[in-house]
Ligand binder design. Structure first.
Ligand code: NAD
Length: 467
């Protein structure tokens, strides 16, 4: 199947293309068009033109449009799920492609119902002051390869719900599913409201620098987030940056090790660990350390991993070779420094980027697997005895996306949770997100939040009206 850009309501071919391969089979999946600077300019011009009328549409019209997108996503969920599995690698089942498409539709419908009414700050004999929320203009959306469709929807829906227009650029690793999804959903909107361009990383930089894009919403790595901030500075763009994390989980000595195994497993291995707010370092109290290692390994070893199109599999390959090599290097380093392999490691280097589900015990904070974001299926388990000390270790990183505390005593866990430096914290779970709850990082994990009213506000500017 051929893939094109979608600009100003039309499917637009490109002169240049790049091959995209299925990470499970190494087979050619399709060709990604590479947009030129002129095509990016055309998309931004179309979005600027469309903004003139879209920003003036009624609240009702925009709400209905978002519900309409939700319906299109539902109607095409199976086609998009299969394409996503073939491109990204995640299985159809488990917390995989069908789950991701369900999330896309759910987020679209929920966000459609969010309202930003005029706020009356003051209404007395001295006067009336209202706060109005206005759309910003053209929003540039730049997305990563791990949850490409859901993250695209997280960017696009609040932007158009609040009256902006959008130019989206997917990751060069997973462009095809986004190109197809945007073509489907943009078709129900007035031309120019939603446009998609694809290409290399350089296209993202051109967007960050573009004088006619007023806001960038970016999900991806910390390093790229910093570059975008720098490129966006001369034009003073609004920014929402959802960046990387290195989430710690702290297991207290009062847990039932068998009972928490499933939650810990999915917290860490959702999407093969290629999830921003996955559990990436597990700190376990010495009293329950052996039990937690045992039950987690027992649970993990039965999870079927393979080609995601096989309905039996719940785990798939790593998405790309770069990431596969990173995970392999981090595990090799940890083992060399004394980590004990409880499960996995030693990949067979056969067809596809299959890295085994890997659990390592006896890890220490100086190992790269602990200090850096692995973004893959390898979980380090560390031992602790003193709670103050472990909180310090959990906080001793430059990022702060999520964190978790596992305990039979919720109140005790909450007190510890409040001391963790992260944007979201879970008790006896890890990584749950909801469309009504603001999600974002502290420290190097980003700027701003997505989801809910707070997330929607990020697509608006304030106008105070003194009447
Ligand atoms: P990445 O930063 O390499 O790429 C993300 C996007 O940025 C791609 O579309 C890429 O083409 C583009 N890009 C690259 N260089 C650019 C530049 N100089 N200017 C503008 N755009 C540029 O990230 P990735 O490897 O695709 O994603 C993995 C990372 O994303 C991990 O660190 C992960 O934790 C993070 N992530 C965060 C969240 C979150 O919500 N916080 C969600 C998913 C992923």
């Amino acid at each position: 199947m051929g893939y094109n850009l979608y600009i100003n309501g039309e499917s637009v071919p490109c002169d240049d293309h790049r091959d995209i391969f299925n990470p499970a089979t190494d087979e050619l999946l399709g060709q990604c068009p590479i947009a030129s600077k002129a095509q990016l300019d055309a998309a931004v011009a179309a979005a600027s033109e469309a903004f003139k009328s879209w920003s003036k549409t009624s609240n009702e019209e925009r709400k209905n449009a978002c519900h309409g997108i939700g319906a299109v996503l539902e109607e095409n969920a199976e086609e998009l799920s299969k394409l996503l599995t073939q491109e990204q690698g995640k299985p159809l089942n488990g917390v995989g492609s069908r789950f991701e498409l369900g999330g896309c539709a759910g987020w679209a419908h929920f966000t459609a119902e969010l309202e930003l009414p005029v706020e009356v700050i003051q209404d007395n004999e001295e006067g009336r002051v209202e706060v109005h929320r206005k759309p910003i203009g053209v929003v540039g959306s730049i997305t990563p390869w791990n949850w490409p469709l859901m993250i695209a929807i997280w960017h696009v829906i609040p932007a158009i719900r609040s009256g902006n227009t959008v130019v989206i650029k997917p990751s060069p690793f997973t462009p095809l599913s986004t190109l197809r999804m945007i073509e489907l959903i943009a078709g129900i909107l007035p031309k120019g409201v939603l446009n998609v361009v694809a290409g290399t990383d350089a296209l993202g930089q051109m967007m960050s620098e573009h004088k006619d894009i007023q806001k960038i919403v970016f999900t991806g790595s910390c390093a790229t987030g910093g570059k975008i901030m720098a490129s966006a500075a001369p034009t003073l763009k609004r920014l929402t940056l959802e960046l990387g994390g290195n989430d710690a989980g702290i297991v207290l000595p009062d847990v039932d090790a068998k009972a928490i195994a499933e939650g810990v497993f999915w917290g860490a291995f959702i999407n093969g660990g290629q999830t921003c707010a996955a559990l990436k370092r597990l700190y376990v109290h010495a009293d329950v350390y052996d039990d937690v290692c045992l039950h987690l390994t027992e649970f993990a070893k039965n999870m079927p991993l393979g080609n995601g199109l096989d309905e039996n599999n719940v785990l798939g390959p790593v998405q790309n070779l770069m990431q596969y090599k990173k995970v392999e290097g981090l595990v090799t380093d940890a083992v060399a420094k004394g980590a004990k392999i409880l499960l996995g490691a030693n990949p067979d280097h056969g067809v596809g980027y299959f890295y085994p589900t890997t659990i390592l015990a006896d890890c220490t904070d100086d190992m790269r697997l602990v200090a850096e974001e692995q973004f893959g299926p390898a979980l380090p388990i560390l031992k602790y005895t003193d709670i103050d000390d472990v909180i310090e270790r959990a906080n001793a990183v430059d990022v702060g996306l999520g964190g978790s505390v596992w305990s039979a005593d919720k109140e005790k866990a909450k007190a510890i949770a409040s001391r963790l430096e992260c944007g979201s914290v879970w008790i006896n779970a890890h990584g749950m997100i909801q469309p009504n709850v603001p999600f974002g990082g502290v420290k190097g994990s980003g700027i701003g939040v997505e989801f809910g009213i707070d997330g929607l506000k990020e697509y608006t500017t304030i106008q105070a009206v003194f009447a």
